[in-house]
Design a protein around this ligand. Structure first.
Ligand SMILES: Cc1cc2nc3c(=O)[nH]c(=O)nc-3n(C[C@H](O)[C@H](O)[C@H](O)COP(=O)(O)OP(=O)(O)OC[C@H]3O[C@@H](n4cnc5c(N)ncnc54)[C@H](O)[C@@H]3O)c2cc1C
Length: 403
């Protein structure tokens, strides 16, 4: 990926800036609904009417979702890393909502582009990109997390539709989602990896109930989802019957690369630096403490390494090359970096990390981010599982003795 600026890049930058001046007013910017939940690690995903309007215009100009063909609602522009960097910088500068981050855009869309039918691509992708339909991921079950192939939610084909019954857990954002992509058991007698199918389930269908789970920081980002004889049209199956494992592995690859995403780290680092400026340590601003400075710089260096690694993955993706180990390390590296940034925030506020909400330094952002960081280490496959995947599938080391 070559990010050096070319003569035409400045003209393009002015074009994007002019577009944003015209379509993103100060009022739009100020009307900024708080991200949910309020922590350093959350992507800022505005989905209000002004944000949808801006995204619609920006897609029409080919500024956003350039990798998605226009016929499915994307920007459909040739890959140009310098232009993409300029677009990202200008949207950031204008505090304008750019591409959404989450299960829908980062997991479902690439999965549908790879494995979906033409009808599914036409029906679903556009709404995901605009943020008018929100998706959750229904994989994990009470006895099937790391060992996902043990899942028991079953689906039976009756009168041309699946009838789904079961129990999903840890389903992020289920309470605000319109749709869920889920893995269910359709072939009970097949070997366990071959008995699964990948379904797109309407969260408003009769028989679905969602019970939010309260996390240790008091928020409820994920839920349990109960499915009781939920009808799902056959047309909502992605990939062939019994091939859900292969489809979900394609989805999981995308999820793990997005979980290692570099987007939240700069904002986290800025937040930690702001905290270090505002906090005191041994009678001086914490930002002047040599140990804190040393840790900040070390983490900043790792953040840059992660960014360049992400550029490498993007380049490989656009060339349709399999990233192999380079892709497998993304989730582990990105989530560990987020954890260490949150840990540094906790060390900066020191005893203040015991306080909560309005009593705490910076509204408790340090302890909140720290608690959330454990979830990021586990979600989408725990750190230990990532290490196993890298060792066994990436490096070809022998399997661990536990299995
Ligand atoms: C914040 C968050 C969001 C999530 N969002 C979703 C979601 O939207 N949709 C969804 O389907 N799921 C979601 N999950 C669930 C997540 O995928 C599971 O928590 C994860 O896969 C681990 O499964 P488990 O919780 O059952 O733990 P277990 O599998 O029981 O693991 C417990 C511990 O044992 C270790 N372990 C287990 N097996 C091995 C092994 N073979 N080798 C080494 N160590 C092992 C694990 O590393 C872990 O430390 C989310 C989880 C979190 C924390």
């Amino acid at each position: 990926m070559d990010l050096r600026s070319r003569p035409e890049d400045e003209a393009f930058r002015l074009e994007v800036r002019g577009f944003l001046r015209q379509h993103w007013s100060d009022d739009d910017r100020r009307h900024n609904p708080p991200p949910r939940p309020t922590w350093l690690l959350a992507p800022v995903n505005r989905r209000d009417a002004a944000a949808v309007r801006l995204r619609t215009e920006a897609i029409a100009r080919g500024y956003l979702y350039r990798h998605v063909p226009q016929r499915y609602g994307g920007g459909g522009a040739p890959w140009d890393p310098a232009k993409e960097a300029i677009i990202a910088e200008e949207f950031e500068r204008a505090e304008a909502p750019a591409e959404l981050i989450g299960n829908g855009p980062n997991v479902l869309v690439p999965t549908l582009l790879e494995c979906g039918t033409e009808e599914q691509k036409q029906r679903f992708i556009r709404h995901v990109l605009l943020g008018t339909e929100y998706w959750c991921q229904g994989y994990s079950e009470p006895e099937a997390g790391s060992d996902l192939a043990a899942l028991r939610t079953r689906a039976v084909l009756e009168d041309g539709a699946w009838t789904v019954t079961g129990h999903k857990i840890w389903t992020s954002m289920a309470d605000v989602s319109d749709w869920m992509f889920a893995l269910v058991r359709t072939e009970p007698v097949a070997p366990r990896h071959k008995g699964l199918s990948y379904l797109l389930i309407d969260m408003t269908a009769p028989g679905i109930s969602v019970r939010p789970l309260v996390q240790m920081n008091g928020e409820h980002e994920f839920s349990e989802v109960f499915l009781d004889n939920v009808r799902v049209p056959l047309a909502n199956m992605v990939g062939p019957r019994g091939a859900g494992w292969a489809v979900s592995m394609s989805a999981l690859k995308h999820e793990r690369q997005f979980a290692g995403a570099t987007l939240v780290h700069p904002r986290m680092l800025d937040g930690v630096v702001a905290l270090a400026r505002a906090s005191r340590r041994r009678g001086r601003p914490a930002i002047e403490d040599p140990v804190i400075r040393d840790r900040l710089v070390a983490l900043q260096a790792r953040m840059y390494a992660n960014s360049y690694h992400a550029y490498r993955l993007t380049t490989m993706g656009r060339r349709a090359e399999e990233p192999g180990v380079a892709g497998m390390v993304a989730k582990l590296y990105g989530s560990t970096l987020a954890y260490e940034l949150a840990k540094l925030a906790m060390d900066i506020v020191a005893d203040g990390g015991m306080l909560w909400a309005e009593c705490a330094p910076a509204g408790g952002i340090a302890p909140n981010s720290y608690m959330q960081a454990f979830g990021v280490l586990a979600g989408g496959g725990t750190a230990n599982i990532q290490r196993n995947v890298i060792a066994e599938r990436g490096l070809g080391l022998p399997r661990g003795p536990t299995r």
